[in-house]
Design a protein around this ligand. Structure first.
Ligand SMILES: Nc1ncnc2c1ncn2[C@@H]1O[C@H](COP(=O)(O)OP(=O)(O)OP(=O)(O)O)[C@@H](O)[C@H]1O
Ligand code: SF4
Ligand SMILES: [Mg+2]
Length: 330
């Protein structure tokens, strides 16, 4: 069953240089117990889309959507108190910067128990027991003693585990992970990915996993939305998007991933020439046309159509035929 459904999400930011169009009509759908990966290069609007869904955009932002439903109930006209009840409770987020996401002036106990008591009530002992259970669950040894520590006393990997525990305190239905492993070494990164996949399975949560790392996507994603310049340019199951990439941008991303045994030390990795377009222009044409090796004359004059194939695989492009496989988990 669809847990989160967002249609035509738009986010604009007021800046000194004008209105920056960060998210330009994005659709997002997450099923219970499944992971949707939002993939794309830096600045393409992944975090802004996530923050809009939680009502956490910066004050300079304005947003709109045709639909935003959590478990079938519209959040479009929800007030701040409704959103505050949902945030950290039914939907929680693991933020992008593990070093700064925790409050340095409060102990781990204050931060974990505070979120629990705010949403679930209960007494101090109950909140403390839940915090200890979750700290142990995310692999932190000596959890009882850790409760009295401050964030600066923990390593980056431990802080990230504390953030995951905090996000799980109220048993959320949906968890949004914004590049939670980018700042970690590869060993800790692998442990955190395994842990998140296990917890998602165990708790039946839906998950949105934001990353620019296709290796991570191939390990954790059920569905993928590839974003470019504020739009979703390709969408589908993991097998469809990674196995039968249709959009020239997705194909370029895949060519730039090192693959042992395929592109060895002697061969060159692929690159995508050019730079992203300005975010200040309202431009209905294909945002990738300045960098695209497959562009057609029509790309310079008409907005790209959505081409669809099997298994909800689609791409926003004039020059693609989706000959898709349905993938592993439609
Ligand atoms: N507070 C802000 N004020 C103005 N512009 C902003 C603000 N935050 C982000 N932006 C701009 O909005 C656009 C989308 O940013 P966003 O943070 O969503 O990108 P992202 O895809 O998450 O990138 P990254 O992978 O680097 O985290 C970018 O062009 C960024 O420069
Ligand atoms: S619409 Fe045209 S320019 Fe854009 S990705 Fe497709 S072929 Fe390239
Ligand atoms: Mg981001």
């Amino acid at each position: 069953m669809t847990l989160l459904s967002v249609k035509n999400l738009r986010v604009n930011l007021r800046t000194d240089a004008g209105r920056l169009r960060a998210v330009r009509g994005v659709d997002i759908s997450v099923e219970r117990g499944q992971t949707l990966c939002l993939v794309g290069e830096s600045g393409c609007g992944k975090s802004m889309a996530a923050l809009a869904m939680l009502g956490l955009l910066p004050p300079s932002a304005e947003w709109s959507a045709d639909e935003m439903k959590l478990d079938g109930v519209s959040l479009l006209n929800a007030g701040q108190s409704t959103l505050s009840n949902i945030r950290g409770n039914r939907v929680s987020m693991i933020f992008q910067e593990p070093m700064t996401a925790l409050n340095p002036t409060f102990t781990i106990r204050d931060q974990l128990c505070g979120v629990y008591r705010r949403h679930k009530g209960g007494n101090r002992a109950q909140a403390r027991e839940r915090a200890i259970y979750l700290l142990e669950r995310v692999g932190i040894s000596n959890a009882r003693n850790r409760l009295d520590q401050y964030p600066h006393e923990l390593s980056g990997g431990l802080r990230q585990r504390v953030l995951i525990a905090m996000a799980l305190m109220c048993e959320p239905e949906l968890i949004i992970c914004d590049e939670p492993t980018t700042a970690l070494d590869v060993t800790t990164q692998a442990q955190i990915l395994v842990l998140l996949a296990e917890l998602r399975e165990e708790l039946g949560m839906g998950m949105i996993f934001i990353t620019h790392d296709l290796g991570v996507v191939s390990r954790i994603g059920d569905h993928i939305n590839v974003m470019y310049a504020g739009r979703v340019v390709e969408s589908g199951t993991r097998d469809a998007v990674l196995g039968c990439a249709s959009h020239p941008y997705t194909q370029g991303l895949l060519r730039s991933v090192p693959r042992p045994g395929v592109n060895g030390l002697q061969s060159r990795l692929g690159t995508i020439p050019g730079t992203v377009p300005s975010f200040y222009q309202a431009d209905p044409l294909c945002p990738f046309r300045g960098r695209c090796e497959r562009k057609l004359p029509i790309c310079a004059s008409q907005a790209p159509p959505v081409r669809s194939g099997a298994g909800h695989h689609s791409a926003l492009c004039h020059n693609t035929e989706i000959s898709s496989i349905a993938g592993n988990s439609a």
